[in-house]
Write a protein that binds this ligand. Sequence first.
Ligand code: AMP
Ligand code: ZN
Length: 471
Amino acid sequence: MNKIFLYNTLSRRKEEFKPITKDEVGLYTCGPTVYNYAHLGNLRTYLFEDILKRTLEYNNYKVKHVMNITDVGHLTGDMDMGEDKLEAGAKREGKSAWEIAEFYTKAFKDDLILLNIEEPNIWCKATENISEQIEMIRTLEKKAYTYKTSDGIYFNTAKIKDYNKLSHLPLAELKEGARVEINVEKKNPTDFALWKFSPKDSKRQMEWDSPWGVGFPGWHIECSAMSLKYLGKQLDIHCGGIDHINIHHTNEIAQSEAATGKEFFKYWLHGAFLNIEGGKKMAKSDGNFLTLENALIKKGLNPLVYRFADLQVHYRKSMEQSDTTLKQASDGLNSLLNQVVLLGQEIGSVNLEFKDKFIEAINNDLNTPKALAIISSVLKSRLNPADKLATILDFDKVLGLDMGKVQAEGGIVSRELKLEELSVEVQDLVSERQKARASKDYQESDRLRDKIKKLGYIVEDAKGGLKISLL
Ligand code: AMP
Ligand code: ZN
C-alpha cells in the first residue's frame, strides 16, 4: 500500500494516514443545511471531499462514507441565537419546513450528480436521528457537562481542558469570537446549545418531546450522534470547510469526547473558501450567491467545468470566483477532453512510471494541480495513443472529469479536424486510404475507412476535399 499524507488540522501538519482498521476508512463529511441551494463555495468543499474519497479508493481502501443532512437546528447565528434556518426558509417561500428540507435535499443531490461527486454510502438526516441525539445529551447530563437556561440545555465548555485543541486559538480569542451573539444566561461565551426549547408563545413546525421539554436539537449534536451511530469505532476522517473549525467541529469534539471518554476522529481535514471578487467568502446569507444553475448551466457551460476549475487550485488555498476563471476553465477542459478524444478508441496499458508520479502527487495531501500537470506530460510524451489513453483514464478515477464517457461518445466538440490534429497512426491510415482511392481500389479504401472509424473518426470525400470529424 502506498503512503498517503494528509494535512491534519488537529496537529497543523501533514501526517501519514493510518486508518484504525487495516484497509478500511470511516469518513464523515458535514452535509448541507437544506434551506437553500448549495452555492459554488459549498460545492468546492464537497468536491475536495470527493477527491479525498476517490484518492483513498484509488489506493485500495474500502471507504465507508457518511454524510448528514442538516434539516433542523442550525440557527441563523452560529452561536445558537436567531431563527432556525429551515423555519426561516419556510416563511420565505410560503412552504412548510419539511417541504423546504425535501426540496433542497433533492436539489443538493442533483448537484452532486452533475459534478460527478460520488454518493455517500449512508445519508442521514438530523430529523430522523432525534432519539440518538437526546440519548447523547442525557449521557452528557449524567456526566455533569450540561446546565439549563431559560431557552435550552447548554454544554459547559469550561469543563473541557483542551477545548481549543482543534482551533489552536487562545481561549480568550475563541471567547471573543463567541461574544458576537450575547446570551447573558450562558456560563461561558463558548458554551453551546444541546437542546433548545420551543418558544412558549408560538408553535414550531419541527419539534419533539424530550426529557427537558418540547424543543429541537442544537446544530452540533447531530454530527456527533450520527457519526458515532453510523461509523461506530471507525472514526478516521472528519471533514468540512474551514469555517467549521472554531465552532462546529470544536464543539463536536468537546461533546463527543466528553460523552464517550475516548478520542473522537483522528484526522480533521478542512477545505479553504471560495471567495467572491474582493476576497469575501461566498455565503448563503448574502442572497446573491452563485449556483451551478446560474453560474454555469444557464450560460451553456458543462457543470464539470467547475470541477475542473477547482482541481486547478489546491484545496487548502483560497480560490476566487469570477466569470473569467470559469471561462478559462471551460477552455482548459474542452482542450483536454478533445486531446483525449483524439487519442482514438483503442485502450492500451497504464504506464507505471506516470502512475507512480500521479500517486505521489495525489497522495501528497491531494495535490490536484500537480496531478493535472502530469496528465499534460502524458499527452506530450512519446507513449503510443492507446497507452496514453489507458493511463489518463486510470487517473480520471480520481479526477472524475468523465474522460471515459466523453471519449466513448466521440468528444464534446463535434467539428472538422485538421490532419495535423490527428495521431500519426490515423494520419497514416488516412493517407493510405487516399492512395487506395487514387488507384481506384475502392474495396481497400472502404476497409481503411472502417478502420479509421474504429479509432473514432469519420472520413468523408466532400466536394472541397477530404473532411475528417469526430465520430
Ligand atoms: P452549510 O450548508 O452552510 O452548512 O455548508 C456546507 C459546507 O460548505 C460546509 O462544509 C461549509 O464549511 C462549506 N462552505 C460554506 N461556505 C463556503 C465557501 N465560501 N467556500 C468553501 N466552502 C464553504
Ligand atoms: Zn457537522
